[in-house]
Design a protein around this ligand. Structure first.
Ligand SMILES: [Zn+2]
Length: 198
């Protein structure tokens, strides 16, 4: 009787051990597969999904400094029809994919400065004035809410033939007067007001 109980315990031991090993690795694996984050990240931003199925592109920042529509151009090269929204945010703030999709472009894109473009079959999302330290690459499939980049600095150096400069003559991250996210949303290639979708 004693030896029978003992052998059951002996058989269960590796199972129990395996269970604890699995529990230990779950957080590591979930971080690895859910988010594409830089090595030195501090916090993963939380996001919520709107009734239209979109999530806000720059978690934690909701101040719109320039809405969608006609405006007086704030700086050389900035359009008088503002085809997106400007969201004030500190440089380095994380940007997340508003929808699941694929990355169709990363690079310096004229007045948009360093830009990430995310697309699916219907929508195109342009993230402008971002950090040149891109966290995604063209062709990459990203999940909704996945970190794809960071808000960029006002000034960028080393871009060939960059015509955009601040009042001190320093080159800027596209047509911009300070760090922010410019977010353009297109539906079937037509710009729409992003705020109608959040
Ligand atoms: Zn803008």
């Amino acid at each position: 009787m004693f030896s029978h109980k003992f052998s059951i315990l002996f058989l269960l031991l590796p199972v129990i051990l395996l269970f604890f090993i699995c529990i230990f690795f779950i957080p590591i694996l979930s971080n690895k597969y859910n988010f594409n984050v830089p090595n030195n990240y501090i916090t993963i931003p939380t996001y919520s999904i709107s009734s239209s199925g979109f999530c806000w592109p720059v978690p934690g920042y909701t101040t719109i400094t320039s809405p969608y529509g006609y405006r007086t151009s704030p700086t050389y090269g900035a359009s008088s029809f503002h085809a997106g929204i400007d969201i004030a945010a500190n440089p380095g703030s994380y940007l997340v994919a508003s929808l699941e999709g694929f990355i169709s472009y990363v690079g310096f894109n004229g007045s948009g400065g360093y830009t990430i473009i995310l697309e699916n079959n219907t929508f195109t999302m342009m993230y402008c004035h971002v950090s040149p330290n891109f966290l995604v690459y063209p062709g990459q499939i990203v999940n909704q809410g996945q970190i794809i980049g960071q808000v960029g600095p006002k000034n960028v150096y080393g871009v060939p033939n960059n015509p955009y400069k601040d009042s001190n003559g320093n080159p800027t991250n596209g047509a911009t007067t300070g760090p922010h996210l410019h977010f353009t949303l297109k539906k079937n290639s037509q710009a729409v007001n992003p705020l109608d979708y959040f």
